[in-house]
Design a protein around this ligand. Structure first.
Ligand SMILES: [Zn+2]
Ligand SMILES: [Zn+2]
Length: 296
């Protein structure tokens, strides 16, 4: 498996970090986990053909995990994709997708472009095959099996949220999605070759949020992540969904000021976060960057 992190930021807009998306390539096919803003452009930057995407998996319906879907679908249609895209997502995904294309938000765009005869042969691309994600095995083909784990992020009555495990015959990659530190993640990720786990805020920002009553406390801290990675015995760890705390951009820092103390922000925090994870976990670790690529 070749794993490419297309976007590694949290929900703020950040020139250095796109919104969450991960491309997993097995042989000539691509499987995409989440499709946050800019993901399709990043695929092309990483020389991944969007037309090679076999299936898309949405861990939850926050916009930083879904907002590039119109660009991906309409762009694929314009690029003469023939096969109907397959999208796995939590309850609510059918409604979300149903509001986007013909008769929805992009109806005018589609009506205008569909005037060209060459765009009329593959209108099926604009009607994705949406399948409901549920706990357990959700997908299998001759290359890959995908299993979903319910995680704790948005209240489930608003949107069920999932982590995902991708397995070939020989390798296993686990992606946490957005979640608090979950005991169940230890078993789910046990012995995996690569765990890509969110670590949205450093300990100091979590304290700031607690002191100021901000946020939903629905993420995993570096200390917690270290314990999960240690207890699961993962062979390689990537911390992602980085909450912009390493940014030096003055506008990002201004926009982030409600989420954390701006004085603590900066690249020097990366070392602190790694140290906190290392208090428990001693294996290989990377703090994600956009276009980080890992061969598993
Ligand atoms: Zn997110
Ligand atoms: Zn989220």
């Amino acid at each position: 498996m070749k794993v490419t992190l297309l976007g590694t930021g949290a929900a703020l807009l950040d020139p250095d970090r796109g919104h969450t998306s991960i491309a997993v390539q097995v042989a000539e096919k691509t499987y995409v986990l989440d499709i946050g803003t800019g993901a399709t452009r990043k695929m092309i930057e990483a020389f991944i053909d969007p037309l090679s995407v076999e299936a898309l998996f949405l861990t939850h319906l926050h916009f930083d995990h879904t907002a590039d879907l119109p660009a991906f679908i309409i762009g694929s249609w314009m690029s003469d994709r023939q096969t109907t895209p397959v999208i796995y997502g939590p309850e609510g995904t059918s409604v979300f997708v149903g509001h986007l294309f013909e008769g929805g938000a992009f109806d005018v765009d589609i009506t205008a472009r569909a005037k060209y005869p060459q765009r009329q042969s593959n209108l099926n691309v604009l009607k994705p095959d949406v399948r409901m994600m549920q706990p357990g095995g959700i997908f299998e083909d001759d290359r890959l099996r995908v299993t979903a784990l319910p995680v704790d992020h948005i209240p489930p009555e608003i949107c069920p949220c999932y982590g995902l495990k991708l397995e070939t015959d020989t390798k296993t990659v686990v992606f946490s999605g957005d979640t608090t530190a979950l005991p169940e993640m230890v078993e789910f990720a046990e012995g995996c070759d690569l765990l890509i786990h969110e670590a949205t805020f450093p300990e100091a920002a979590i304290q700031f949020r607690a002191d100021n009553g901000i946020g939903t406390f629905s993420h995993t801290s570096p200390l917690e992540l270290g314990r999960i990675a240690r207890d699961a015995g993962v062979k390689n760890l990537i911390a992602t969904h980085i909450g912009h705390w390493d940014s030096t951009n003055p506008i990002v820092r201004k926009l982030a000021a409600k989420h954390m103390s701006v004085e603590i922000m900066g690249p020097e925090l990366i070392e602190q976060v790694v140290d906190d994870i290392r208090q428990s976990y001693v294996g290989p670790i990377q703090i994600a960057k956009d276009l980080t690529t890992i061969y598993v």
